[in-house]
Structures are given as structure tokens and as C-alpha cells.
Design a protein around this ligand. Structure first.
Ligand SMILES: [Zn+2]
Length: 136
């Protein structure tokens, strides 16, 4: 089996996201000038172009914006042990959308608009990924 691809934990643009995930905390970039919370991370605010940014905790709650249930292990056998799995776009209550897996849930009845909350999967000693689970 091939190792799954890993994010670059030393990338300064995304390191705070993964450092917070390791603490089981979800943070997103915040514009200190106009107040926009956005994702994915970038070096400037996509609304006002300010580089005056910080990272702030967000609620970790949102809704399923769209999803797919994957039954085929693409790219050799890297994900063979994971299928079927759900890849979803989650619209956080703060507005930004994240691509993540839905876990710990009955995905057979999953629907767009379902409420979800963040959970964290510790993949290795130094890598934790935010995931989401359905809430009633
Ligand atoms: Zn801004």
C-alpha cells in the first residue's frame, strides 16, 4: 500500500491550520482590517487585499453543501482500506467552505443541508486532520 499524501506542515501559509488541528481546534484565517473569515488560506484578504491577517477559532459547525460517496480506490491501493468513504464540502456557519471527510455517521441517509460538526482524526504523531460528523 502506498502512503497517503501529506500536507506540507512547514508551509507558512497553512501551518497554523494544522498546528491548531493537532490541538483538536479548528481555526481559519481572519482579516484584521475588514473582518472576513476565509478559506483556503492565502497571503492577503480576498475581499480587501489587506495582509493584516490572523488565525481565529471558528465554531466547527456547519452544513453539508455537497458530497459524494467514493466506492472506488483511485490512485493504486492508497485508499483501498477506506472505501466507501464520503468526501464533502462543508459550509461552516461562519461562511467558508471546507473539503473534508464525513466520519462517525450513518452516511447512507446523508443529505445536502445536514448539520455537521468538526471532529479530528489523528493520522500520525504529527498530523491531525479535521473531519466532520453529522449531528441531530
Ligand atoms: Zn479584508
Amino acid at each position: 500500500m502506498t502512503d497517503k499524501p501529506r500536507p506540507d506542515l512547514n508551509d507558512t501559509a497553512t501551518a497554523p491550520y494544522f498546528e491548531a488541528a493537532a490541538r483538536h481546534e479548528l481555526v481559519l484565517p481572519y482579516c484584521d482590517r475588514c473582518g472576513l473569515v476565509f478559506f483556503p488560506p492565502r497571503e492577503h484578504c480576498p475581499a480587501c487585499w489587506s495582509r493584516d491577517l490572523s488565525w481565529r477559532p471558528v465554531s466547527g459547525t456547519g452544513t453539508v453543501w455537497t458530497f459524494t460517496e467514493v466506492h472506488v480506490a483511485f490512485y493504486d491501493d492508497t485508499w483501498a482500506d477506506d472505501v466507501p468513504y464520503v468526501a464533502a464540502v462543508i459550509e461552516l456557519d461562519e461562511g467558508p467552505r471546507l473539503l473534508a471527510n464525513i466520519v462517525e455517521s450513518d452516511t447512507g441517509s446523508l443529505a445536502i443541508g445536514d448539520r455537521v460538526e468538526v471532529t479530528f482524526e489523528d493520522r500520525s504523531e504529527d498530523l491531525t486532520l479535521p473531519m466532520f460528523r453529522v449531528v441531530a
